[in-house]
Design a protein around this ligand. Structure first.
Ligand code: NDP
Length: 448
């Protein structure tokens, strides 16, 4: 796919040459530069003043050793990362991912996406991301605690409530955030809002747990309404069964939809009667079991191994909420053939580029991740505000803010798409609207 601007095409070639063997990062940059071609045609100063070149180069990458000892006395050495990509509009903000697939390219792709997502929320937060190739699965609480303490013993030097505020992501939930925050507090001897997604007893925000999944449904609801459709009575398929997936399931059901399938990395559950959410939450949030355990108490449901098969199930709305590139062209074709009318990305970049092209060409409503899943980071920013004020808002207050932010975000992306000649294309609209605020700020600062 060539970018319709000669300078940006050359820039893309340089990104590939300077960041070899990082296909996810290339994919994320290409999508954004493709959308920004009409913007730089109208505003050539973004190229002339070096904004585009700076945009694709992280301000800073921190890479470090994370040694820890397991319960049997064996020593392990993992790798930790923090990419501080862009602080033009606020302190770096973005999650930490603990998963064996993590390497520098994954963190760079996520950090790059985060710049535009954070800008889209309308809140003053820059883009960053971090993580480790550590796998919390199968580890004891003590081992996870030791790992988190070792990770923070290095990371604490580079973060702070006005500098960089990490949060959770895949493999980093409330348990990990607790260990990380405890270690930061011990090392700095200060109690500040340096992490978000904290427990309610020590500075967390109500509704942060629900925010990404709920926000995804608020955004999708706006997109559906604009097209004269709704969640009401629709059949929904969701991939994943983690934080985003569980609360997307909850809100979709509250909007009157029937969620019939969810998955994990081993396989998927199809329950034609509708997913039993309290059971799913218990299995995943409390007992940390595989999704296959669902059929122990629901023998009428089906369990299938292999997570990609979930997209073969007929549905009106598909919400990919697991991981990057999990929904490919073949899956997109199956969704289209089965009458799917909307796909909204809860995970970061879950649809491959050819899948997105196929869905859009078939007239399927498509909500890109950096807009649709921005509710999590938006609510993290609300947690930062509450921490700064030393104050708490009620669940309803935070949820009201979230719904308004997602509604504004939808209109902002949709208006930008129309203004730059691609009405209805929320991929282009989100990239353009997210970029403009960051680009204007970078122009204002001059070359540094
Ligand atoms: P969790 O760790 O809570 O859940 C991840 C889910 O995805 C699990 O069900 C996991 O299954 C599944 N999964 C992970 N890797 C794979 C894989 N390679 N193939 C298939 N399934 C996989 O993470 P979150 O719910 O927090 O995050 C999910 C996605 O949403 C990520 O892309 C994340 O970046 C994005 N996101 C999260 C936000 C948040 O607030 N949490 C905010 C914005 C985006 P298993 O348990 O078997 O590994």
């Amino acid at each position: 796919m060539s970018i319709k601007n000669e300078y940006l095409n050359g820039l893309m070639d340089r990104v590939i040459a300077r960041n070899p063997a990082e296909p996810e990062f290339h994919q994320a940059v290409r999508e954004v530069l493709t959308s920004l071609a009409p913007v730089v045609e109208a505003r050539p100063e973004f190229i002339r003043e070096g904004v585009m070149d700076c945009l694709v180069e992280p301000e800073r990458i921190i890479k470090f050793r994370v040694p820890w000892e397991d319960e049997k006395g064996n020593i392990h050495v993992n790798r930790g990362f923090r990419v501080q990509f862009n602080s033009a509009i606020g302190p770096y903000k973005g999650g930490l991912r603990f998963h064996p697939s993590v390497y520098e390219g994954i963190i760079k792709f996520l950090g790059f996406e985060q710049i535009f997502k954070n800008s889209l929320t309308g809140l003053p937060i820059g883009g960053g991301k971090g993580g480790s190739d550590f796998d919390p699965k199968g580890k004891t609480d003590l081992e996870v605690m030791r790992f988190c303490q070792s990770f923070m013993t290095e990371l604490f030097k580079y973060i702070g409530p006005d500098t960089d505020v990490p949060a959770g992501d895949i493999g980093v939930g409330s348990r990990e955030i607790g260990y990380l925050f405890g270690q930061y507090k011990r090392l700095r001897n200060e109690f500040t809002g340096v992490l978000t997604g904290k427990g309610l007893s020590y500075g967390g925000s109500l509704a942060r747990t629900e925010a990404t999944g709920y926000g995804l449904c608020y955004f999708t609801d706006c997109m559906l309404k604009d097209a004269g459709k709704s969640f009401e009575g629709a059949t929904v398929v969701i991939s994943g069964s983690g934080n985003v997936a569980l609360y997307a399931c909850e809100k979709a059901a509250q909007f009157g939809a029937k969620v019939v399938a969810m998955s994990d990395s081993g396989g998927y559950i199809y329950d034609k009667n509708g997913i039993d959410l309290p059971l799913m939450k218990r299995l995943k949030e409390v007992e940390r079991k595989r999704i296959s355990a669902y059929i122990d108490t629901h023998p009428e449901a089906e369990y299938h191994t292999g997570c990609a098969g979930v997209w073969q199930i007929p549905c009106g709305i598909a919400l990919p909420c697991a991981t990057q590139n999990e929904l490919d062209l073949q899956s997109a074709k199956a969704l289209i053939a089965n009458g799917c009318f909307a796909v909204a990305e809860g995970a970061n970049m879950p649809c491959t580029p050819d899948a997105v092209d196929a869905l859009q060409a078939a007239g399927v409503l498509f909500a890109p991740a950096k807009a649709a899943n921005a509710g999590g980071v938006a609510t993290s920013a609300l947690e930062m505000s509450q921490n700064s004020m030393r104050f708490y808002w009620t669940f309803e207050e935070v949820d009201d803010h979230l719904r308004k932010i997602m509604t504004d975000l939808y209109h902002n992306a949709s208006d930008a798409a129309a203004r730059y000649g691609t009405p209805g294309d929320l991929v282009a609209g989100a990239n353009i609207a997210g970029f403009l605020k960051v680009g204007e700020s970078m122009l204002a600062y001059g070359i540094v």
